[in-house]
Design a protein around this ligand. Structure first.
Ligand code: PMP
Length: 294
């Protein structure tokens, strides 16, 4: 595995990392005008690549941004970049920006969307987070209303998440829970939130301000396979306080147990058995699904 990428894809070409540069007039940089995806590589296989590409296309379409390649072209670009980096286990970051334009924000000044693909090592939570579980705080920073930016758009605007994560660090917590403008649970700064309550797995619907996470979808599959009820439902902090188990899901985090919120212990205060089983099943599934790329 390489510390830094060996080859970075920009607009159809692979570049050595020191030459992988873009213009300061890119509206992704100037205005956060763009969308992105984070994809894991397990045992030389990009996990759920097609679902990530579909979400990238939907995010782009929702902000009237043209994707420069079709689905097959995107998949080829990702696979070629993974192979060029010989990254067996790692992380793929796809970034699609509005491209270069004028200094003003007008998106119509941008004529060529820019597609970037970076392959790198994955930065994961330390192993003890999975063994012991993590403590989470509720951030004062809220999710933006759906009427402003729909949470299903995985946009480059992560400032609210960054601010919420700073609050977590300030409080000595690993993650921050973000509420929507009504005060109900939306998601964490980079993960979806689940509780196990009365034998049912509950997670907020996207309409509460949650990204429609790919890992969230895999958990749904695993739950259904195990005969565990899965329900999208509005959740309050109260539901986390009184849950039997709680965990977060994300491409980087996988499934991480949550043992406390705002100083209140959740369940037994240790990672729950259902959480641990789902986490093991996710890793097992990811390690065998799909064909190795090299
Ligand atoms: N919510 C946010 C805000 C995220 O950035 C992410 C991705 N890290 C998730 C949820 C989880 O989504 P996925 O399972 O598709 O990675």
């Amino acid at each position: 595995m390489s510390e830094t990428p060996r080859a970075v894809y920009i607009d159809g070409r692979l570049h050595p990392p020191e030459e992988a540069t873009i213009s300061v007039l890119d509206h992704g940089l100037l205005y956060g005008d763009g969308v992105f995806e984070g994809i894991r590589i397990y045992a030389r296989r990009p996990f759920r690549l097609d679902a990530h590409l579909a979400r990238l296309e939907a995010s782009a379409h929702a902000i009237a941004l043209l994707v420069p390649l079709d689905r097959a072209g995107l998949a080829t670009a990702v696979r070629d970049t993974v192979r060029a980096n010989r990254q067996a286990d790692g992380y793929i970051r796809m970034v699609l920006t509005r491209g270069d334009g004028s200094l003003g924000l007008d998106p119509l000044s941008c004529h060529h969307p820019r597609l970037i693909i970076i392959v790198a090592e994955v930065s994961v939570y330390p192993p003890d987070h999975y063994v012991d579980g993590i403590r989470v705080i509720t951030a004062a920073t809220r999710q933006v209303p759906m009427a402003s930016v729909d949470a299903r758009i995985k946009s480059l605007n992560y400032l609210k998440n960054v601010l919420a994560r700073l609050e977590a660090h300030e409080a000595g917590a690993a993650e921050a829970l973000m509420l929507n403008h009504e005060g109900f649970v939306a998601e964490c700064t980079a993960d979806n939130v689940f509780v196990l309550s009365g034998g049912r797995l509950l997670t907020p619907p996207a309409s509460e301000g949650a990204l429609d996470g790919i890992t969230r979808g895999v958990v749904r599959e695993l739950a259904e396979r195990a005969g565990l009820a899965f329900e999208e439902r509005r959740l309050a902090r109260y539901d986390l306080f009184v849950a039997d188990e709680c965990f977060l899901t994300g491409t980087g985090a996988e499934i991480v147990p949550v043992i406390a919120l705002d100083g209140r212990t959740i369940g037994a205060g240790t990672p729950g058995p259902v959480t641990q089983r789902l986490a093991a099943e996710l890793r097992e599934l990811a390690s065998r699904e799909g064909e190795p790329l090299f």
